[in-house]
Design a protein around this ligand. Structure first.
Ligand SMILES: NC(=O)c1ccc[n+]([C@@H]2O[C@H](COP(=O)([O-])OP(=O)(O)OC[C@H]3O[C@@H](n4cnc5c(N)ncnc54)[C@H](OP(=O)(O)O)[C@@H]3O)[C@@H](O)[C@H]2O)c1
Length: 341
């Protein structure tokens, strides 16, 4: 089967940083499905793992943790899906990724593809939707029924992949007052279109920006970019007894800044459930199915902003280069292995 992979960790300008490969089609067993991959999306986790280092792989390393496709075979213990079902999923960071024509995936972390979306539109959603959903509803414990409707949330990094779905969930499902950050006209307009109530600029001091809105303190903060840099401002902006969630690694977070406010800090890492095979890992299947229903009802929209065809190493290198610039709006998707099949 076709795949895109690497043996060496090289700058994205190097043609060998991501290569077109022919590798063996994997065998399916247990709880797994074999999925024919139709579209993939690219996330910063791909570029972080691919970042230049001295390590050399003896077998091709396949990246990519976001896909949509069709089930073509299933293991003996797989009981939730049938051959020919259309699915979407993010996957498991401890396994080969979705940058291959066929992929083995545990059915407990697979959802039914939204029927109203194309494969490309659907591939934009799984990783970021799982992240945003778990952050808002599992980690910050915000009500999905609108019981927190009087409360406010600051979403730092609103126009990126995760922010684009988090804004929708926070405004349309949780009914919160959503303040998103964006630094450019395009990213600002994108956040407003997705449902943010107000925008502040993350290039300026956040306390000054919040002051201009007359909202000096917020009930929740979801940090989707540069946790170390934004930490003092988050500690200042959070209300007493408020909650902060970050999805981005940090080295200098001083929890002492939250003590007098009895404020809480919690991490979200969307690979935790599959990585540790937690007893509740099937929650990811359920939340992907809920997201699909909400999309099909018109309550959520896909976050794809750019689709590149076909899926090959040259185009994947283009997508990685764009993600590395750090100013993506929405999601970048690659679709179709062969345009002329
Ligand atoms: N823990 C997890 O499970 C998990 C899951 C997904 C992603 N992540 C991580 O979360 C981060 C965001 O992922 P993503 O897919 O949303 O990334 P992304 O799409 O690449 O984010 C791009 C956005 O970041 C904004 N941005 C740039 N510099 C910023 C700053 N200093 N402060 C605030 N926003 C800034 C940009 O807005 P402007 O153009 O307006 O400046 C741009 O729209 C990445 O580090 C990723 O690895 C973690």
């Amino acid at each position: 089967m076709k795949a895109i992979g690497l043996y060496k960790y090289l700058p994205i300008e190097d043609k060998n940083s991501l290569q077109d490969l022919e590798i063996a089609k994997p065998e399916v067993s247990g709880h797994n499905l074999l999925v024919e991959v139709k579209a993939i999306s690219v996330n910063p986790v791909d570029t972080k793992i691919r970042a230049p280092k001295d390590k050399i792989e003896s077998e091709a390393k396949i990246l990519g943790w976001d896909a949509s496709g069709i089930v073509v075979a299933k293991g003996s213990e797989a009981e939730h899906y049938s051959v020919a079902d259309k699915v979407y999923y993010a996957g498991d960071i401890t396994r080969p990724g979705s940058n291959s024509e066929f992929q083995i995936i545990d059915e407990r972390i697979v959802g039914n593809k939204p029927e109203s979306l194309s494969f490309a539109e659907a591939a934009a959603l799984p990783l970021t939707s799982i992240t945003a959903w778990e952050a808002l509803f599992d980690r910050l414990a915000i009500s999905q029924q609108g019981d927190d409707a009087e409360k406010s949330i600051l979403i730092i990094g609103g126009a990126g992949g995760v922010g684009s779905i988090a804004i929708q969930l926070a405004s349309k499902i949780a009914k919160l007052n959503v303040i998103a950050t964006a630094s450019r006209d395009e990213s600002r307009d994108w956040c407003l279109k997705l449902g943010a109530n107000s925008i502040i600029n993350h290039r300026n001091a956040l306390d000054g920006e919040l002051g201009l809105l007359n909202i000096p303190h917020v009930d929740y903060i979801l940090c989707l970019n540069n946790t170390d840099h934004h930490w003092p401002a988050m500690a200042e902006a959070i209300k007493p007894q408020g909650k902060i969630c970050s999805i981005v690694e940090a080295t200098t977070v001083d929890l002492g800044l939250l003590k007098s406010k009895s404020a809480a800090f919690v991490w979200e890492f969307m690979f935790t459930r599959p990585m540790y095979q937690t007893p509740d890992m099937i929650e990811q299947q359920q939340l992907l199915n809920t997201i699909a229903d909400l999309v099909d009802k018109g309550e959520l929209v896909t976050t794809v902003s750019k689709t590149i065809q076909p899926i090959n190493a040259e185009n994947l290198r283009k997508a990685h280069a764009l993600i590395e610039q750090g100013n993506t709006i929405g999601k970048i998707v690659l679709a179709d292995w062969n345009l002329y099949k």
